[in-house]
Design a protein around this ligand. Structure first.
Ligand SMILES: [Zn+2]
Length: 267
């Protein structure tokens, strides 16, 4: 499932493939992707040169030369790939960029979302308005101030209005790095814990972006994907730090993977 890191990889790929270039052909492969009456406008926008690919949280913003902005939200399985066919399996939208090939929005579960906005109305786009700062922009004082003591830290971190882009995988991995138990509450963190959390979040994302850089992002839920994580999706495997056995448990409705031996803070 895409989090900040995966969307950032797509953003960097699009900058490389598409920036400054325009598309000569557009194929809408899944009519459900486009709001009724918007398909002409979408086709026209896609044929403009890409001015800039931006990202906020888990959202991708393609700023076109005409002043339109295409907003992608990948949800569960969405991704954008570059290939030589306009209609690969799970393709929902494709556009042919001269010098690059066919860019395809692929989405196996078809839960992803695309909308067309203008630069002028972008600031009013609700998900953007309600989104908290990026992990690299938060301070200890800010985070402590918005996290009430009795709240599960996990629920707070997954709240996109508190920090943008953090997902379930990042929580498991950050907790392992910080030796936090899965059910740690905000009130159980001391000054040093908050400082380490705020430091570790952008570092984690930087590292996972570097590891994930490739022409096609692969989700761990897809078969055959190598697991770059320390504990996530490693149930019953050995912890690389202490040799304990990785366990999993539902916290705040979502599965957290953790090592019960070396993640004791807040247990
Ligand atoms: Zn361990």
């Amino acid at each position: 499932m895409p989090e900040l890191a995966e969307v950032e990889v797509v953003r960097r790929n699009l900058s490389r493939w598409w920036r400054g270039r325009s598309a000569d052909r557009v194929c809408i492969l899944d009519e459900k992707l486009v709001e009724s009456g918007e398909s002409d406008a979408l086709q026209a926008a896609l044929k403009e040169p890409l001015k800039k690919a931006g990202r906020r949280g888990k959202y991708l913003f393609c700023h076109m030369a005409c002043g339109q902005v295409l907003v992608f939200h990948f949800r569960m399985t969405g991704k954008i790939v570059c290939g030589d066919k306009p209609d690969p399996k799970y393709g929902r939208l494709s556009w042919h960029v001269d010098g690059a090939g066919w860019l395809v929005f692929k989405d196996q579960r078809r839960l992803g979302h695309l909308c067309l906005l203008s630069e002028e109305t972008l600031d009013d786009y609700r998900p953007l308005k309600e989104m908290g700062p990026e992990p690299e922009d938060i301070s200890v004082d800010y985070l402590r101030g918005v996290c009430s003591d009795r709240r599960l830290l996990k629920t707070a971190l997954l709240d996109q209005s508190i920090v943008a882009g953090v997902g379930n995988i990042a929580v498991s991995e950050l907790y392992w790095r910080l030796r936090f138990a899965p059910e740690i509450k905000c009130g159980q963190l001391d000054e040093e814990d908050w400082r380490r959390l705020v430091e570790e979040m952008p570092l984690y994302f930087e590292e996972i972006i570097e590891k994930s850089m490739s022409d096609e992002i692969l989700y761990i839920e897809e078969g055959g994907t190598p697991n770059d994580f320390q504990v996530y999706a490693r149930f019953d495997e050995l912890c690389s730090r202490c040799g304990g056995t990785v366990d999993k448990r539902k916290v705040g409705g979502r599965t957290t993977y953790y090592c019960p031996e070396c993640q004791r803070k807040g247990a």
